[in-house]
Design a protein around this ligand. Structure first.
Ligand code: SAM
Ligand code: DTB
Ligand code: SF4
Length: 330
């Protein structure tokens, strides 16, 4: 039997073993399969552009081992106050002018207090009024908070599972995997679209990478947006000296996410500067169809707009037009 026929027999269910079997395919077979799935669901040359802004930086109570913003790590990031709404709107206008269709606002909180939420609701309202899609990532939500965000005009809530349940305890101890799943349920129940992904390159095994993808793929419905981040090693964090993950293993992770979550936007997220153009091109071939766009992520750098426009021109990629994909019932 040739490889293609063998591929057709591989179980694409969402058990860790079946995801692991995808990871183990010959690279060319894996990418061919991913690109085939991609073409059946999306325009293969369109990429969704989201711009990030840190609206509340540093001083976080949590101990996530990769994060520059934890108050428990000795990083160079200083604690700042919540940004003024006007500054946020100005940044969103600039992002829109550069071609972004979604504006994602991130806060270094374990979760918002009710009094923190009010100004964020205002930001959501005003960014939405610019005609952009809105996304926030604020940590864990208490009952009722997701509905308030929805009523203010929020489209997406980003909350990552980050790694497999088995490896999570080696990355974070101040909240649990179940806490993350509970917030994702709150978000879904409020009728918001879900943006949920993770980080690779934190010292996890391939089985643990497969465990992350299996968890994401079995969310029901699957997340509309799946950010796959390559660890950005930040001085002062527990993960600062982690060994590099082979970039081709990162490409495999994108391909496996594409195959197991065929209708989701898979976002090539943090780490793009370090990956370079060749590996990014392989990620697009593997089915990535979304990026963070703009010269900064939250606290670290990202390729600038000119560099991305040059890469898009080289690859014949074009920005995705605003699609208003929402979860059922909205
Ligand atoms: N505090 C909120 C939370 O934890 O959900 C929102 C902000 S948090 C910085 C958002 C996500 O950014 C994390 O879940 C993680 O996936 C990603 N992230 C943070 N630091 C990173 C790093 N150094 N490298 C790669 N991804 C990172
Ligand atoms: C996501 O998955 N990646 C983004 C966004 N969601 C909030 C954040 C990446 C952060 C990279 C490190 C930093 O800039 O601090
Ligand atoms: Fe805080 Fe989020 Fe960073 Fe964890 S990832 S330390 S919750 S800002």
């Amino acid at each position: 039997m040739n490889n293609l026929a063998e591929n057709a027999r591989i179980d694409t269910g969402h058990s860790v073993d079946s995801v692991l079997a995808l990871f183990a395919l010959p690279f060319n077979d894996l990418l061919f399969k991913a690109q085939t799935v991609h073409r059946a669901h999306f325009d293969p040359n369109a990429v969704q552009l989201s711009t990030l802004l840190s609206i509340k930086t540093g001083g976080c109570s949590e101990d996530c081992g990769y994060c520059s913003q934890s108050a428990r790590h000795g990083t160079e990031v200083e604690k700042e106050k919540l940004l003024d709404v006007a500054k946020v709107v100005e940044a969103a206008q600039a992002a829109k002018a550069s071609g972004a269709t979604r504006f994602c606002m991130g806060a270094a909180w374990r979760g918002p207090k009710d009094k923190d939420l009010e100004p964020v609701l205002d930001m959501v309202r005003q960014v939405k009024a610019l005609g952009m899609e809105t996304c926030v990532t604020l940590g864990m939500l208490k009952a009722g908070q997701a509905s308030k965000l929805k009523a203010a005009g929020l489209d997406y809530y980003n909350h990552n599972l980050d790694t497999s349940p088995e490896f999570y305890g080696q990355v974070v101890t101040t909240h649990s995997y179940q806490d993350r799943l509970d917030t994702l349920q709150e978000v879904r129940d409020a009728g918001l679209s879900v943006c949920c992904g993770g980080i690779v390159g934190m010292g996890e095994s391939r089985r643990e990478r497969a465990g992350l993808i299996a968890q994401l793929a079995k969310l029901s419905p699957q997340p509309e947006s799946v950010p796959i981040n390559m660890l950005v090693k930040i001085g002062g964090t527990p993960k600062q000296n982690e060994a590099d993950l082979d970039p081709l293993e990162f490409v495999r992770t994108i391909a496996v996410a594409r195959i197991t979550m065929p209708g989701s936007h898979v976002r090539l997220s943090a780490g793009r500067r370090e990956l370079g153009e060749g590996v990014q091109a392989l990620c697009f071939l593997a089915g990535a169809n979304s990026i963070f766009y703009g010269d900064k992520l939250l606290t670290t750098g990202n390729p600038d707009v000119e560099a991305d426009q040059k890469l898009f021109a080289k690859l014949g990629l074009k920005p995705e037009v605003h699609t208003e994909r929402r979860c059922a019932g909205h």
